[in-house]
Design a protein around this ligand. Structure first.
Ligand code: NOJ
Ligand code: NOJ
Length: 423
């Protein structure tokens, strides 16, 4: 073991010094990893039902059931995944592929309806963050509520609903959104919840700090804007108006996150309790929020100067922090969640770079039309993955080994998104 470890370290250091093949030298490698990521992702979202612990449509965060146990359905991870699936559904022209994606979307929706009904009776309401693969609420202590969940879920379902409408499948859409109160359809339920509760404090996407979060507010705003468009199409004009009004109120609150001294966007304001020593106020969550939820109307788009400055500052901070970054040549900086992070994927022995945040930086720079810089982050990912293209949650900050939950669904989603932005 020891020698393999030493060999691998030497190998990584040499690779680090001389760099791996770049995008320009061998673009094909990055597309092969795309295919592999896609295949691994599908395994996590269409689980074999021979296992009777499973409810159809569950999206596991990872197949890892121990150290750590990520064999659960998180509303956030699932929503981001199905947002990507809904996007593929929209883009594909192949009928068999469309049918396959449609099944995945429909199963997930059935799972979420079940989860919503359980959550409506629970303490965190629709902000319940985590479910068993059977669709039951995670029964132990957890950072709850997490109100980005219902927003991301609504956004993914709305995206799919628009595709259905353009195909003339109006009846199918009416099972997702009905103009009635109390709401009994999944999109309407989430939108009502968001519109009435967005101003409440909750736990952040990293499930650690209670407060007012930029990421959560951006998700809620996006869901209300898209939801309002859908409500208009489905003869619910007063709801449409109400959702838009609430989204405008959220915009005011989003502006509070501008830090006029550091010229960055602050991830969290007014925290209560443990703040995890986050003194730098730098967090990749801000970049993720812009990528996932900006609406192309100039409000915290990727090109927003404070978002750009946040990205720069994050790169500087992670460059200093993680030794795998120190002899980088062709590959970009491996990016973590936030500099003060100590979660190592199982325990708390020090934070690491994550695949999903590193892939997000690739997507970020490619969307800014700085593709050469974007590609460097993809080169970083390929440096740390194995031959089979498995992507875990984290990359060890000193050895470069994969670490934490294996085959993290969200890592694959982030890689797919990055390739689409970069190709
Ligand atoms: C698991 C996670 O959700 C992670 O974000 C967090 O850092 C640890 N638990 C510790 O709360
Ligand atoms: C921990 C992450 O911090 C959180 O964002 C994620 O939802 C869970 N793990 C599950 O992947």
């Amino acid at each position: 073991m020891k020698t393999t470890h030493a060999l691998r370290m030497t190998f990584l250091i040499l690779l680090g010094l001389f760099g791996v093949k770049t995008w320009a030298q061998d673009p094909q490698r990055f597309f092969i990893q795309y295919q592999k990521s896609n295949a691994h992702l599908l395994k996590n979202i269409s689980l074999p039902l021979s296992d009777n612990r499973l409810r159809l449509g569950a999206v596991i965060a990872s197949p890892s059931q121990k150290d750590p146990d990520y064999f659960y359905h998180w509303t956030r991870d699932a929503g981001l995944t199905l947002l990507e699936i809904a996007q593929e559904y929209r883009e594909t022209s192949s009928q068999p592929q469309k049918a396959k994606l449609e099944t995945i979307l429909k199963n997930w929706i059935q799972f979420e309806i079940h989860a919503q009904e359980n959550a409506l009776r629970a303490s965190a309401n629709l902000g319940e963050p985590k479910f068993t693969v059977q669709g039951d609420i995670y029964p132990y202590d957890w950072g709850r509520p997490q109100n980005d969940g219902p927003a991301i879920r609504a956004l993914a379902m709305t995206h799919y609903a628009f595709s259905l409408l353009s195909e003339g499948q109006t009846d199918a859409v009416r099972t997702l959104y009905q103009a009635e109160l109390p709401a009994r359809t999944p999109i309407k339920r989430d939108l009502e919840f968001i519109a009435h509760h967005w101003n409440e404090k909750d736990f952040d996407l990293w499930e650690e700090v209670r407060g007012q979060h930029f990421f959560t507010r951006m998700a809620q705003r996006a869901a209300l804007i898209q939801g309002s468009l859908l409500a208009n199409k489905l003869n619910d004009p007063f709801a449409a108006q109400y959702y838009i009004q609430q989204s405008q109120l959220i915009e005011k609150v989003l502006n509070e996150h501008l830090d006029p001294e550091k010229l960055i966007v602050r991830p969290t304001l007014y925290p209560i309790g443990d703040t995890k020593n986050k003194t730098s106020h730098l967090d990749s969550a801000v970049i993720l929020a812009s990528l996932y939820f900006s609406q192309g109307d100039g409000i915290f788009d990727p090109s927003h100067p404070y978002i750009q400055r946040s990205a720069q500052k994050l790169e500087e901070a992670f460059n200093k922090l993680y030794s795998i970054n120190w002899n980088s040549s062709t590959q970009g900086i491996a990016i973590g969640r936030y500099p003060e992070d100590i979660y190592d994927g199982v325990g708390f022995n020090g934070g690491n770079p994550w695949f999903l945040t590193t892939a997000a930086f690739a997507e970020y720079y490619c969307r800014l039309s700085l593709s050469d810089h974007g590609h460097r982050f993809l080169q970083r990912i390929l440096l740390h993955t194995d031959q089979n293209g498995h992507l875990s949650e984290q990359i060890n900050r000193t050895t470069g080994f994969e670490q934490g939950a294996r085959d993290l669904t969200w890592s694959y989603v982030a890689y797919l998104r990055a390739i689409k932005a970069c190709e």
